[in-house]
Design a protein. Sequence first.
Length: 368
Amino acid sequence: MDKKPIIAGITQGDMNGIGYEIIMKALSDPEIADLCVPVVYGSPKAAAYHRKVLNITNFNFNNIRSVAEAHPKKVNLVNCLGDDVHVELGKSTPEGGQSSLAALEAAVADLAAGKLDVLVTAPIDKSNIQSDRFRFTGHTDYLKSKTGSHDVLMLMISESMKIGFVTEHMPLKDVPGAITIGSILTKLRLLNRSLLQDFAIRGPRIGVLSLNPHAGDAGLLGHEEKDIIDPAITRANEEGILAFGPYSADGFFGSGAFKRFDAVLAMYHDQGMGAFKALAFDTGVNFTAGLQVIRTSPVHGTAFDITGKNEASGYSMRQAIYAAVDIFRNRELYEEIKRNPLQPQKIEIHPEHVDELPPETENYDQAL
């Protein structure tokens, strides 16, 4: 299969945060140029300001007007903001929110038009970005709306684990009411499909966490496990999804039981995010599963407290770019297998030529 260059759109995030620092550090890796054509959406003026403050002298952007002008061997920067920008390092400002939204809108428009293959988003400030054009709790809900997706799954990924969530950014008091057989089953379907098509995992095993401490302790600490989670797992099993549980989160992570599964489904944000960030804060990636498009991001936020101090690591951003490229290639392979499944071979057996028999083949499409 001929591999065309992958065009990776990268948004600046909040220009007063560490977005430009982690972008420049990530894209300083020479291997990036062999994997994709990076196109940053933001402001040349803001980028130059960060580069000067951080004293990064061995890095340059190729300033362009549109993605059509992107150079395949350079780090390209589309100017979405004009020249009238004012950077205030480490501060949450209205202009910071407006600039992050402008960059995001431009990148998403190009993604929807097929001009980008993948999207990697730098951190935004969820409070200052709010406006008439953005009434969402974050990138995930925004992209779900803009792409017309029925449902999506926030999936945290690293080399050691993958964790999805039934509920995401909602008050803890509202979580029990959102945990239903239907909501769990929907997320299990999304997670299972993503493991197949996005990560090329055959027969993925999913560990499902409980809602209550000690998995409800036989009803003593709650009935959601028996009444909701167990039936959802049974329904998933009937559909061929290898889901197991429910498991109590403390013992599940503390004993290392999560290592026996290809992915974990947590009931709410902090239940899974605390364990994930403890194990993969600098290396983890946030992936939005269920979208027709591919979007990843670093696992951390704007980090206003260390902005401009040259203390931010570019590793998570670099991993987010790598992950987006890998997922793009895996989806290509998945679609190719679906189009051209291996067919059972009819073999004529000649005893005098038994050493020439071809190896056994397996219908990979059916396995998927």
